[in-house]
Design a protein around this ligand. Structure first.
Ligand code: HEC
Length: 393
């Protein structure tokens, strides 16, 4: 029952998280596009304090958008804020993290071959790292470094790459990637709550009081919102990465993530330049070539079947599968916490194993399976099983 409940919560929060994330990231894309696409307004609009003019057509209608230099003379009756997209995305993401990685810490968070932690220790460490990472970002963004966007970007990149390495030392490979994502998400939601919202409240207060708003608040909010924009593509990659052990299971997983994340932020830069009519297609080409290079880099090594080595008897291979895989990968798993064969993979007969060996080998090579090495598989056993699978016709 508990396992079924965990699955249901997992599905519910994931679904909710994706919807909220679409709304948040969609708004981020839209507003960055909007801001960069503003053009010089006609004189009469300038006189009203409007600094940018934009026309668009969508869903069968014309839209006219105007951005004020600082604020309108009077507060409009209805003013739309965009904060719940961000908060809901973070809250549902945190709920999902808790259901999968905290509740199921033994299977998904802890890798006893790296550091053997108790569930409480692992959760404490995870929370401390997420909070600590956000504090470091807040310190940086409040420092004069923020006036140098390129240097700031480089420092943030190095720190995030370092966090990917650090999480990889502490947690399971898959949890390591996810934690970089959770940290980025926390930084982004923090940008909204701790930076953008207070600045906007101040703007609204000044306009309502009939005072001249301080442009520094608006600039600071804009810088944070731009940081968020560059973080979106790497973040979405991390959200999807947990389906692809070839990424987080790579022996230099943190470097893989740093390279892919860097390339994605760079590609985002192309679009941000393009919105300002600055076309630099070479950025897209470089991003594409970079990704092709990554594809080659991640290619798994083929299993070298040593022809001179003694053939591993099928009984021995099936014995390893029975000991290390079948507690979960059977029609009715005996492992507590599992109600159905994970990933739909049943490994009860030799024929089933043979049919799935193409997926089993990389899962074993990347140490992804057995999950959290809960069955305590030794390196020798791992090699023997890979060898046996490799020699199967
Ligand atoms: C403790 C339970 C458990 C054990 C033991 C276990 N697995 Fe898994 N396995 C899972 C879960 C859970 C998933 C789905 C993970 C996911 O959603 O990414 C999975 C998924 C897989 C996949 C699919 C991965 C993919 O996405 O391509 C393969 C292949 C696999 N397991 C092979 C094995 C092999 C081989 C063994 C034995 C050496 C093994 N598993 C032992 C729980 C287990």
């Amino acid at each position: 029952m508990a396992a079924y409940l965990a699955d249901v919560l997992n599905l519910f929060f994931r679904w909710f998280h994706v919807i909220a994330g679409v709304a948040w990231i969609g708004a981020s894309f839209y507003f960055v596009w909007l801001d960069l696409s503003l053009r010089e307004p006609p004189e009469w609009k300038k006189k009203k304090g409007i600094k940018g003019d934009l026309w668009s057509i969508h869903g069968g209608g014309f839209y006219e958008v105007a951005k004020y230099q600082l604020g309108p003379e009077e507060m409009p009756k209805t003013l739309h804020w965009f904060k719940w997209e961000a908060y809901t995305t973070w809250l549902t993401g945190f709920a999902l993290l808790s259901v999968i990685y905290y509740w199921g810490a033994e299977q998904y968070l802890i890798d006893s071959q790296k550091i053997s932690l108790s569930q409480i220790q692992a959760i404490g460490l995870s929370l401390a790292c997420l909070l600590g990472g956000m504090v470091v970002y807040e310190a940086l963004v409040r420092s004069p470094l923020r006036y140098q966007p390129k240097v700031f970007g480089a420092v943030l990149f190095v720190l995030l790459a370092f966090s990917a390495w650090g999480f990889g030392e502490l947690f399971s490979d898959r949890a390591a990637y996810l934690h970089v994502g959770a940290l980025i998400g926390t930084i982004m939601a923090g940008n909204v709550m701790l930076g953008i919202m207070p600045a906007q409240r101040e703007l609204v207060r000044a306009v309502t009081a009939g005072e001249q708003p301080n442009p520094l608040h608006a600039e600071f909010a804009k810088a944070r919102s731009t940081h968020n924009n560059y973080l979106t593509l790497p973040l979405i990659f991390i959200m999807l990465s947990n389906h692809y052990p070839m990424t987080y299971g790579h022996e230099h997983a943190w470097l893989v993530l740093a390279v892919i994340g860097g390339l994605m932020a760079f590609v985002r830069h192309y679009f941000n330049l393009k919105h300002q009519d600055n076309h630099q297609p070479w950025i897209l080409v470089a991003g594409f070539i970079g990704m092709i290079a990554v594809v080659f880099w991640l290619t798994p090594k083929p299993v070298a079947v040593d022809a001179s080595a003694p053939v591993i008897p099928d009984e021995q291979g099936m014995m390893l599968v029975a000991t290390h895989c079948q507690s979960c990968h059977t029609a009715e798993p005996t492992q507590a916490g599992f109600v159905a064969p994970p990933a739909g993979l049943v490994m009860e007969t030799k024929a089933q194993v043979a049919a799935q060996k193409a997926r089993m080998i990389p899962a074993l090579q990347t140490n992804y399976m057995p999950l959290g090495n809960m069955t305590g598989m030794s390196e020798g056993e791992r090699e023997t099983l890979i060898q046996w699978l490799g020699q199967m016709p």
